[in-house]
Design a protein around this ligand. Structure first.
Ligand code: ATP
Length: 256
């Protein structure tokens, strides 16, 4: 379980990224976070695995305080948290297999990783992960020879090889076409359902949020303005989250 208690984040220039957030996410949930650009979605996600330091409050993951943890403890808590980025974050010149194996980094010494000394078990885990996202046949080609959708699948496989219990995905489909978007979102949903991995996904698209989320959280100016089941997120709710921009755009038929 992920728990945020009274969490605020103020950037060094004084911008408030998060404003007194209280939130509990249970194991196995598929949570989608929506909100206007600048609402705080990335800040929230990156605070959970401490890519960003919070200014106030506490964040715990499975009962361990990640916001307070130091050294090895932080390393151990982070091992349970996979991260997926819009730009995939792969080592583009390395093979797909090598990228997926890098998910094992939290389990071995740095030296072993540098020398590429992976066990048979690690390789099996990586291959199973690639199978789960249906790109095992690409294992030994260079990551930069894959399409965007395939690269995103490699990054999902890396999180699986990591044996993450939680996956945080920051705009995972923002740079993908509609068909590839569906494939990647379907992968995330299948993994959530089959492996009970908790998903917290930032999305721009209201339609995707409705389709895939079990729970939608709406952010506006760093505050939670909606938290409910996907089928409770009506047009009015989205109007609140987006301050009417969305509805107005729809009503007057203007592309957002
Ligand atoms: N490194 C930073 N320094 C200062 N302010 C920042 C920094 N990163 C984000 N912010 C500000 O914090 C607020 C929240 O930003 P954040 O990136 O979390 O929003 P977002 O909802 O993810 O937006 P987007 O959909 O555009 O990615 C915004 O006002 C943003 O300008």
């Amino acid at each position: 379980m992920i728990e945020l208690r009274n969490v605020s984040k103020v950037y060094s220039n004084g911008t408030k990224g998060l404003d007194d957030i209280d939130l509990q996410i249970k194991e196995g949930e598929f949570v989608v976070i929506v909100g206007l650009s600048g609402a705080g979605k990335s800040t929230l996600l990156r605070s959970i695995n401490r890519l960003h330091e919070i200014s106030e409050g506490e964040i715990t993951v499975n009962g361990n305080s990640i916001s307070e943890a130091k050294g090895n403890e932080l390393y151990r808590i982070r091992r349970d948290i996979g991260m997926i980025f819009q730009n995939f974050n792969l080592v583009r010149r390395s093979s797909v297999m090598r990228n997926v194996l890098s998910g094992r980094v939290g389990y071995h010494s740095t030296l072993k990783m540098i020398l590429g000394l992976f066990s048979k078990q690690d390789k099996e885990l990586a291959m199973n992960a690639l199978n789960r996202v249906n790109i095992a046949e690409k294992a030994y080609i260079r990551a930069d020879q894959l399409s965007g959708g395939q690269q995103q699948r490699v990054s999902i496989a890396r999180a699986l090889a990591q044996e993450a219990k939680v996956i945080l995905a920051d705009e995972p489909v923002a740079s993908l076409d509609p068909i590839t978007t569906k494939q990647v979102m379907d992968d995330l949903l299948r993994i959530n359902q089959e492996l009970n991995i908790t998903m917290v996904v930032n999305l721009h698209s209201v339609d995707l949020a409705r389709k895939y989320a079990s729970r939608i959280i709406g952010l506006n100016k760093g505050k939670i303005v909606f938290d409910g089941k996907a089928n409770e997120a009506t047009e009015e709710v989205f109007a609140t989250i987006y301050g009417n921009h969305e509805l107005v755009a729809e009503q007057i038929g203007v592309a957002k």
